[in-house]
Design a binder for this molecule. Structure first.
Ligand code: HEC
Length: 144
């Protein structure tokens, strides 16, 4: 299991370089954009029937803020085999499973890096390009 931070966390450093009239929201490098797109495709193909990347509950909980609730290692184990995490007696997993009416989330044959891409997408879902508030060319480009 890998424990390094998600690639997107590096954007915090870049934000320091924007002028103070800009709202510091994430902007992506090309490789981050590629990761976001990869994550979006994987999310739409595998997770969307049951999850919203924002806060809306569908079959399972909205995944907004998931990186504040759980570690990458936990999330990788969960996505690869949620039943195994529940069976291990993990309290968070057991509580969640009971809360969602014991609906089973199936196992996914995704690699850790694919899961990281999904999490990068979820973590940046709805974030905006950098917006300079007193600039005439204000542009907002909501990511969805
Ligand atoms: C068949 C529906 C279904 C699919 C498809 C599904 N999930 Fe889930 N997921 C659930 C349910 C239901 C829960 C709540 C726990 C439980 O009942 O096992 C859950 C819980 C979770 C949680 C914990 C959320 C929290 O708030 O702690 C994460 C993270 C998660 N799923 C990620 C994913 C990802 C990533 C995918 C796609 C690769 C995915 N799920 C696909 C149904 C699904």
């Amino acid at each position: 299991m890998q424990t390094e931070p998600l690639p997107g966390c590096a954007t915090q450093d870049k934000l320091a370089t924007y002028p103070p009239n800009c709202i510091p929201t994430p902007t992506f490098t090309n490789s981050e954009q590629a990761l976001f797109t990869q994550g979006k495709v994987l999310f739409n193909n595998n997770c969307e029937p049951c999850h919203n990347p924002g806060a809306v509950v569908i079959v399972g909980p909205g995944l907004k803020g998931i990186l504040d609730r759980r570690s990458i290692d936990w999330l990788a184990s969960w996505v690869q085999n949620s039943q195994k995490v529940i069976a291990s007696g993990d309290l968070y997993a057991v509580k969640l499973y009971n809360k969602y009416g014991k609906t089973t989330m199936q196992s996914f044959g995704l690699t850790t890096s694919e899961i990281k891409a999904v999490l990068f997408y979820v973590g940046n879902y709805g974030s905006k390009e950098v917006v300079c508030i007193d600039s005439l060319s204000t542009s907002e480009n909501t990511r969805d």
